[in-house]
Write a protein that binds this ligand. Structure first.
Ligand code: ZN
Length: 193
């Protein structure tokens, strides 16, 4: 029997990890997550993107319709900058992903169970790329339509005041802009010849 492989997050033997009740955690440089980088903005102060913190816990648990199977409880966290879809300004989001994933033999069985149950089911692999899975989960955790709760720059003050003023005056008291304009001197300043 071959000696057990040390638990390498980049080539994780999920079945062994789950049987062991193993736990792994660490930090991944944002530079190692190009897909997440392309889905987010760089921090506007020019600082580098923060690292991603993650933790994985292995456990053998019952999966509906498949008996006891290896599972992985994955947690990942980082802070990202996104573009607010209301004001188009930068928006900071504390991105958190937590998911339990079951692993079963065979792609077809995994796909069928994944469709049938509420749990996420992947095909069992002797060499799981955990950092890639962490990146997948963070991408899935991104808000579909990022929006500030309260945008930092509402409508310009002058515009709002003008609208409120007109509403108070009512339709018959609106100042006639056309007459006023006619009395004003020409806006263009002509250069002396
Ligand atoms: Zn906003």
């Amino acid at each position: 029997m071959a000696a057990p492989r040390p638990l390498d997050p980049r080539r994780l033997d999920v079945a062994a990890f789950a049987a062991l009740g193993g736990e792994l955690s660490g930090e991944i440089a944002a530079a190692a997550m190009p897909r997440l980088a392309s889905a987010t903005l760089p921090p506007e102060d020019g600082s580098p993107r923060p690292d991603v913190k993650w933790r994985g816990t292995g456990e053998r648990l019952p999966l509906v319709g498949a008996g006891v199977q290896p599972s992985l409880l994955l947690f990942a966290a980082t802070d990202v900058t996104l573009e607010c879809q209301r004001c188009l300004g930068p928006m900071h989001v504390a991105l958190r992903a937590e998911r339990r994933i079951f692993f079963v033999d065979g792609e077809d069985a995994a796909a069928a169970l994944d469709a049938e149950t509420e749990d996420d089911v992947l095909a069992l692999t002797p060499a799981l790329d955990l950092p890639a899975l962490v990146e997948d989960e963070l991408l899935l955790a991104l808000p579909l339509v990022p929006r500030h709760d309260v945008c930092p720059e509402p409508l310009p003050r002058a515009f709002r005041d003008d609208k409120e003023q007109l509403a108070k005056l009512g339709p018959f008291k609106r100042p006639s802009r056309r007459v006023k304009k006619a009395e004003e001197p020409a806006a263009e300043v002509k250069q002396p010849a």
